[in-house]
Design a binder for this molecule. Structure first.
Ligand code: DX5
Ligand code: ZN
Length: 216
């Protein structure tokens, strides 16, 4: 399964409803929601009240990427607001096993996110609890950054690990993905591709998403 998760971070926030409906009818499989708190990352975005409203006008799964400290305190609000899948940054979760368990208990799918410098080995003892692993291919905080090439080797290693352990979590990658590099990223073993500026900064979302899908 290969999916495109459109990151609304690069959408025109003054026309969010139109942007979401446009990207959904253009073929986006998931909507990727970047939640930033100004502490874990040097940027601030939006929270559960915005998600709750967007859920009413959207037909796609909400892939919620929490770039926040104290994620445990907000899990319930995000699930109630409509998160189908919640990804938490391992660097901000000292009790990751418990956090993943809480997400599942609330009824959402659970994923762990690794920053570009964070080794895969930190997931060793929670691997079987994960529905997805999100590998960052930029340092989180902003859209429109350049892809960090070492993420490719990391995806290959993770895919090999998944096969070796006979697990079936999805591998997602986030940051700097465009029509120019998505084929190579797909070959490295990625299943879900987060694309923000690579869609929203193009004139024709349908043409862009078709091209992205053709290349994976
Ligand atoms: C970065 C976010 C990404 C971002 C990707 O912190 O996690 O989801 O929106 O944007 P692009 O595709 O522009 O790199
Ligand atoms: Zn993200």
């Amino acid at each position: 399964m290969k999916l495109i998760a459109a990151s609304i971070l690069s959408a025109d926030f003054s026309r969010l409803k139109d942007e979401i409906q446009a990207v959904e009818s253009a073929g986006a499989d998931w909507l990727h929601m970047d939640i930033m708190d100004g502490h874990f990352v040097p940027n601030i975005t939006f929270g559960p009240p915005v998600l709750e409203k967007l859920k009413k006008i959207s037909t796609k799964p909400f892939d919620v990427h929490l770039m926040i400290q104290n994620a445990d305190c907000y899990l319930e609000s995000f699930v109630k607001a409509g998160a189908d899948l919640i990804s938490v940054q391992v660097e901000a979760c000292p009790h990751l096993h418990r956090t993943l368990g809480q997400i599942k208990k609330l009824g959402a799918k659970a994923a762990a996110v690794l920053n570009p410098h964070t080794p895969l080995s930190c997931l060793e003892y929670v691997l079987a609890d994960l529905d997805m692993v999100l590998l960052m291919s930029v340092n989180p905080g902003f859209g429109g950054q350049s892809f960090i090439p070492s993420a490719l080797e990391k995806a290959k290693k993770l895919k090999a690990w998944r096969e070796e352990k006979k697990l079936n979590f999805l591998i997602e990658m986030d940051g700097g993905i465009k029509t120019q590099n998505i084929a190579e990223i797909s070959k490295a073993g990625v299943d879900v591709f987060v694309v923000g500026s690579g869609i929203f900064e193009t004139a024709n979302y349908s043409a862009t998403i078709s091209e992205l899908k053709k290349k994976i």
